[in-house]
Each structure stands twice: as structure tokens, then as C-alpha cells.
Write a protein that binds this ligand. Structure first.
Ligand SMILES: NC(=O)c1ccc[n+]([C@@H]2O[C@H](COP(=O)([O-])OP(=O)(O)OC[C@H]3O[C@@H](n4cnc5c(N)ncnc54)[C@H](OP(=O)(O)O)[C@@H]3O)[C@@H](O)[C@H]2O)c1
Length: 228
């Protein structure tokens, strides 16, 4: 008997790491639902029977609720919220306008958790909910400063994900907070350490190894555990 095809929902997949993850999961035989905010040429180029493309902005509660309705009949082995922003990340927190800092927090911490809270009923039994965190979200590993509002937003995401996992511990799914490495994307920049393929290959290996496991883990793309 052949194993049933795994099913992933990748949220924030128009470009960068999200797009790379879609490509990698498809290559490994998964069926993928990928979300974009506006038409993505990268996603369109991956068109196949195994890929379904949806549109939603994670900051828009109405759009997220409509997406939840459209996907009522789907059950996912993995729901991975990849979307994130780094607006004015190079400015110290006191130099970032309040509304800009607040939006980074909303997009990187609040919206992913709200998405997970709503979509956890779309998980298959023993499914995984993954959030794209960052090593910059580690309070313990902050020895260089910088990226202040971004760091704070990812630390907030980590904290909220721990509480989310505790709240739903008896529901049978696992939670992952993942650091992709410092990756050459629009956000990571050209000087970053690794390319998208290296990062998403590692992330996909880490996710496949965690399938069926419950609890929460904060891991990088090599599978190493990070300090909170
Ligand atoms: N690159 C790195 O070195 C690095 C390191 C650690 C963590 N990360 C994290 O990895 C994730 C992906 O980063 P990346 O490097 O691939 O960045 P990127 O190239 O800038 O891509 C960001 C992605 O997030 C989407 N997005 C942003 N706001 C959204 C919203 N409100 N709703 C839905 N989608 C939204 C973007 O969609 P649009 O195309 O519509 O803008 C795009 O697909 C982020 O969470 C980032 O914080 C990256």
C-alpha cells in the first residue's frame, strides 16, 4: 500500500523562503496550498495539480476567515506561517515611529498566532503548526544588539507560541518555531550566509523528522535546538 500524500499549507509564499518551501515540498511529493497577498510570478511558475494557490493578507482578519472557509474540506499535516516583515529593522527602537513598530509586532507575532488559533481545526491528526521565527528572537542569544523591533517581534512570537502550545496541549498537534539561518532573500540581503535552497532543504528535513511529534521545539534549519 502506498503512503497517503502529505498536505501542507504554506502561508506567505509569494517569494523568498516561503516560495522555496513550496518548491521543496512539491519536489518531495507533498500536496501544497500556498498563500500570496497579490499574484506571485514565482508561485505561478510552479503550477501543477499538487499546488493550490490562495490569496490572503495575514493582517486582514476578514481575509483570513474567508480563507478558513474556503479550505473547510482540507486537512493539513503541516501549517507553516512563514510571512514576516523587517520594516526599519536597522533603526533603534526609539527611532522607529510607533505605528511602524506596532505593525512589525502585529505582522510577526500577533497575526501568526491568530492564524494558528483559527486554522488548528484544519490540521490532520498529529499535524504540525510551524512558525517562522528567527535566532534574533532568542533573548538568551542576543549578544550583538541591533534589529531591535524585529528581534522583539520574534521574541514575542516565541512567547505567544509557547502559550498557544500550552493552551492546546491536549489536542494532539505539535508546534515548531524555526530559524532558517541568515538567508539571501530580500529580507536577508546579499551578504547573508546561505542561499534559499540550503535553508529550505534543511527546514524541510527538520519538519519531516518532527511529523507526528507533539510538544514545542525552537530549532534552526540544521535541527539544532536554540536557547530561548
Ligand atoms: N532571510 C533571513 O535571513 C531570515 C532569517 C530569519 C528569519 N526570517 C524569517 O523568514 C520569513 C520569510 O522571510 P524571507 O527572508 O523570505 O523574506 P522576504 O523575501 O521579504 O519575504 C517575506 C514574505 O512574507 C510575505 N508577507 C509579509 N507580510 C505579509 C502579510 N501581512 N500577509 C501575508 N504575507 C506577508 C511577503 O509577501 P509579499 O510578497 O506580498 O510582500 C513575502 O512572501 C520571515 O518571517 C522572516 O522574518 C528570515
Amino acid at each position: 500500500m502506498t503512503e497517503a500524500r502529505k498536505n501542507a499549507l504554506i502561508v506567505g509564499a509569494s517569494r523568498g523562503l516561503g516560495l522555496g518551501l513550496v518548491e521543496t515540498f512539491l519536489a518531495r511529493g507533498w500536496a501544497v496550498t500556498a498563500t500570496q497577498r497579490s499574484p506571485s510570478a514565482g508561485l505561478a511558475a510552479l503550477a501543477s495539480d499538487a499546488l493550490s494557490i490562495e490569496t490572503a493578507d495575514i493582517d486582514d482578519d476578514g481575509a483570513v476567515a474567508a480563507l478558513h472557509d474556503r479550505l473547510a474540506n482540507q486537512r493539513y499535516d503541516l501549517i507553516f506561517v512563514v510571512a514576516g516583515v523587517a520594516t526599519q529593522a536597522h533603526d533603534p527602537a526609539h527611532d522607529v515611529p510607533r505605528d511602524v513598530a506596532a505593525q512589525v509586532y502585529l505582522t510577526n507575532a500577533i497575526s501568526p498566532i491568530r492564524f494558528a488559533e483559527l486554522f488548528r481545526d484544519r490540521l490532520a491528526g498529529n499535524g504540525l503548526i510551524a512558525f517562522m521565527s528567527s535566532i534574533l528572537g532568542s533573548v538568551a542569544l542576543n549578544e550583538s544588539g541591533g534589529w531591535e523591533t524585529y528581534r522583539a517581534s520574534k521574541a514575542a512570537l516565541n512567547t505567544l507560541a509557547i502559550s498557544f502550545e500550552i493552551r492546546h496541549r491536549d489536542e494532539g498537534f505539535g508546534v515548531l518555531l524555526l530559524h532558517p539561518g541568515w538567508v539571501r532573500t530580500e529580507m536577508g540581503g546579499e551578504e547573508a550566509d546561505i542561499d534559499v535552497t540550503t535553508s529550505v532543504t534543511g527546514l524541510t528535513d527538520v519538519i519531516e523528522a518532527r511529523l507526528g511529534k507533539t510538544g514545542i521545539a525552537y530549532l534552526d534549519y540544521t535541527g539544532a535546538t536554540l536557547a530561548w
